[in-house]
Design a protein around this ligand. Structure first.
Ligand SMILES: [Zn+2]
Length: 344
């Protein structure tokens, strides 16, 4: 039996904490956000999050958490999945922070397989997944990927993340990291070193700070501190040649990575969200050119790369999907198939 109560949806990033209450069909009843506290004390960050959650529940007139059908949460990685111990790169106060357990304790939910019995099996489900995975789930459920069975949802912003849906099922992989397209290699010889340590990952070329670093090294606003991807795309739109070249370089890297993913997974649609996707044709034209050049087979040429449709709400709606449409978007508490196989 599915509880058809509302869902508390959460989206945790390095710059803001967002939360909302969603109907089981995915419509947000209300939402709010606050800046992420620059605290090194993880408990204080957690208190700020709890205050935000109490506020949105109250505003949505959810009386008592017992009405909820669950809590879904997207959070910046890396994290241990499905346990929901998070260590977001941009939130240094949380290292191995037991986010899933804490949400369950505070709001009376449960972690672990539904119906498992005991304290862990009582109450509504609480589920935590990577924020880019939630965005992909949101776009597949209610956004640009709606109606398509095979979707790679991508976020291009200070990092490059993604989530993979094949045959209408979110693919998690062994550790919940499937769809991590940011570390697909696109330039192993001449690309920059990535935060992961490898050379030439997509993220090392196409993340916002990598674009501005490259452009500054090539003579765009040399030495200026605090420049953003938005400044760069603004100057590119005005015709600045280095800024345009930086956008072309990022678009090309995205097109190559998407071509590889499409050849591997037979994708139908790739919605792209995040700040850089708002640069429009400056990014999407070189992306499409590279995609065309690297998809030689007829099946792969059918893929469509489109801007994400849900904007800043994709993460919240995807977090709600972890609860509302768990049979598609949450495999975290299924019994491990490997445990049932004979060993040796
Ligand atoms: Zn990498």
């Amino acid at each position: 039996m599915t509880n058809r109560g509302p869902i508390l949806a959460i989206d945790i990033g390095g710059t803001k904490l967002a939360a909302g209450v969603a109907e089981p069909g995915g419509r947000l009843i209300n939402w709010a956000q606050v800046p992420t506290p620059h605290e090194l004390d993880g408990e204080k960050i957690c208190l700020a999050l709890e205050a935000l959650l109490v506020q949105v529940l109250k505003a949505a007139k959810v009386d008592g958490e017992a009405e909820l059908s669950g809590i879904g949460c997207g959070c910046g990685g890396p994290m241990e999945w499905p346990s929901g111990r998070v260590s977001p790169l941009n939130i240094p106060g949380w290292r191995g922070f037991p986010l899933r357990d804490r949400l369950a304790e505070r709001f009376g939910g449960s972690v672990g397989p539904a119906g498992a019995g005991g304290a862990a099996g009582a109450g509504f489900p609480v589920r935590v997944h990577n924020d880019a995975v939630c965005m992909a789930a949101g776009e597949h459920w209610r956004g640009a990927g709606r109606g398509s069975r095979n979707v790679l949802g991508m976020v291009v912003s200070t990092g490059v993340g993604g989530g993979l849906i094949l045959e209408n099922q979110l693919i998690d992989g062994r550790s919940g990291n499937a769809g991590h397209i940011g570390h697909v290699v696109v330039d192993p010889d001449d690309g920059p070193i990535c935060v992961c340590g490898a050379r030439g990952c997509l993220e090392a070329i196409a993340r916002g700070p990598a674009l501005t670093d490259w452009a500054q090294a090539e003579g765009w606003r040399p030495g200026q501190v605090g420049v953003t991807g938005k400044d760069l795309s603004g100057d590119a739109a005005q015709g600045h040649s280095v800024a345009r070249a930086a956008m072309r370089r990022a678009g090309r890297a995205l097109g190559i990575a998407i071509a590889s993913a499409t050849n591997l997974c037979d994708l139908e649609v790739v919605p792209i969200g995040g700040g850089l996707s708002q640069a429009g044709a400056l990014i999407f034209d070189p992306l499409q050119e590279a995609l065309d050049a690297h998809t030689g087979l007829e099946f792969a040429r059918q893929v469509r790369v489109v801007p994400a449709a849900l904007g800043q709400h994709a993460g919240l709606i995807g977090a709600a999907a972890l609860i509302a449409v768990a049979h598609k978007y949450w495999t975290g508490d299924r019994p491990l198939a490997a445990a049932m196989e004979p060993s040796g």
